[in-house]
Design a protein around this ligand. Structure first.
Ligand SMILES: [Fe+2]
Length: 472
């Protein structure tokens, strides 16, 4: 049930994001508003409730005193909307209609500045006839007018959070700081063009430190794709993946740091590509494609102009669209030798683009992404591709799976065989969640007869893209 409510929050954020790209009557906007209403009613009926409420506190979603990890990453547009409205959360009441939702998405997409106070925000909602969506009072104020009990207290202490949130709380802070670094740099490019290289470097080091704790931690960044700002989330995820692979390859610490920094900065040139091209859903025209393809060279120039002198970061930015066989772009001069570091970023870049959710495409499961990458002969450095597959396996850490005895589990690490990872069992045979301390760790390689029967997280059998380059 909680997962379904989390999905609803992500759906609301996606609705705002879709409305930013399109218009009220666009099928994507309409479909999300209809889907929300269709899902909400039976869920509330089942829960014996007539309202769905959740809070926003400290840039995170909260429900029933617990931080919601996935939505807090994936639903950033909704968090920012709440912050601009100066409210502490939202309450959705039956009988809400798709028309209400579209109005909500429109406000979320169009409201650019922070309002003076909650009263102004409530007046704004009333002026567009939003009677079934209430704005809750902020947690820091007296809860006068905030009618929902669930929103009237700050989240409880760490011990009260679910296991993933507890594990993830420090990681969320790292994710947000990485995100801010990439976003601030992108934003700077529309103004004075000065980007903060020192900050990107220290964030890269922070990320490598996180990867010391294990693949599961870093993979949380991949597990919750960011629908709102996928070009920013993309860089964060490429950096996370790059750090993980560099570690798997036992590259020196200094190089791991440089890889993470290169991941954060490799697409910085996209800040100079017009939004209508950058965010165009679907295929680019030849002219648009040419403009898009300038981003790697532009990125390297921007870094140089800002004083970047690290050859790993510069060459990865300049050459991350060059293939192993020399194809791709920019045209490779005869003297250019592609470094292993650039080859590593290229593998991470394509894998992330294939497996991430975008507003216009569903995520692809890792197995299918591997197939496509292996089939594209000459595209990737075989050692780097091998390291990717070895590190993530068929079920990357963080994947939720169902075992053959009906128990549910989360993958924590790869095993010696790709389809037999180590898992932590989170739910018993009847679907009841287990307390964190009662969750057994199981190495499927050592358990005869126990296997994975279902892959629940991240990934569908998506259509194969005509060209890999078209989705990166
Ligand atoms: Fe790129």
């Amino acid at each position: 049930m909680e997962q379904q409510f989390s999905d609803l929050i992500i759906l609301l954020a996606s609705g705002i994001n879709q409305r930013r790209m399109y218009f009220d009557n666009h099928p994507n906007v309409q479909a999300i508003s209809v889907e929300f209403v269709k899902k909400l009613s039976p869920m509330l009926n089942e829960a014996g409730n007539d309202e769905f409420a959740f809070g926003v506190y400290g840039s995170k979603f909260i429900r029933n005193g617990k931080y919601l990890v996935g939505p807090s990453i994936a639903g950033r547009s909704l968090i920012e909307f709440a912050e601009r409205l100066q409210c502490g959360g939202f309450v959705f009441r039956l009988p809400i209609t798709p028309t209400d939702l579209v109005a909500f998405f429109r406000l979320g997409a169009e409201l650019k500045d922070k309002l003076d106070n909650l009263q102004t925000a409530r007046a704004l909602f009333a002026s567009v006839g939003l009677a079934h969506i209430e704005l809750a009072t902020p947690f820091t104020e007296d809860s006068e007018g905030g009618s929902n009990q669930q929103l009237d207290s700050e989240p409880k202490d760490q011990g009260d959070m679910d296991f993933l949130a507890t594990d993830f709380a420090p990681l969320l802070r790292v994710y947000h700081s990485l995100y801010e670094t990439v976003a601030t740099n992108n934003l700077a490019l529309s103004g004075d063009n000065s980007i903060d290289l020192a900050q990107a470097q220290s964030r890269g080091e922070e990320l490598v430190a996180v990867s010391d704790q294990g693949a599961l931690d870093v993979m949380q960044f991949m597990r919750y794709p960011d629908f709102d700002s996928y070009s920013i989330g993309h860089s964060v995820r490429v950096a996370a993946l790059g750090a993980l692979l560099a570690r798997e390859l036992a590259w020196p610490r200094e190089l791991q740091n440089e890889i993470a920094t290169a991941g954060l900065l490799h697409d910085v040139g996209k800040g100079k590509v017009p939004d209508e091209i950058l965010f165009k859903p679907g295929r680019l025209s030849d002219d648009e494609r040419q403009i898009m393809e300038t981003h790697s060279v532009l990125g390297a120039k921007i870094l140089l102009a800002n004083g970047e002198s690290n050859p790993i970061v510069l060459s990865a930015t300049w050459g991350h669209h060059i293939r192993e066989d020399g194809g791709g772009y920019p045209v490779m001069p005869p003297w250019y030798v592609r470094s292993s570091a650039t080859a590593l970023i290229q593998v991470c870049d394509v894998f992330e683009a294939l497996t991430a959710a975008r507003p216009y495409k569903k995520p692809m499961c890792p197995r299918r992404a591997y197939e496509i990458m292996i089939k594209d002969k000459g595209a990737f450095h075989p050692l780097m591709l091998g390291a990717l597959i070895r590190t993530l396996g068929l079920y990357p850490p963080g994947s939720e799976v169902v075992l053959s005895d009906q128990r549910r589990a989360v993958v924590v690490a790869q095993g010696p065989v790709p389809d037999q990872p180590s898992v932590r069992v989170t739910h018993d045979e009847s679907g009841q969640p287990l307390e964190r301390r009662e969750q057994p760790s199981v190495c499927l390689h050592q358990e005869q007869g126990l296997q994975i029967t279902e892959f629940m997280q991240v990934g569908v059998e998506a259509e194969e893209p005509a060209e890999l380059a078209s989705i990166v």
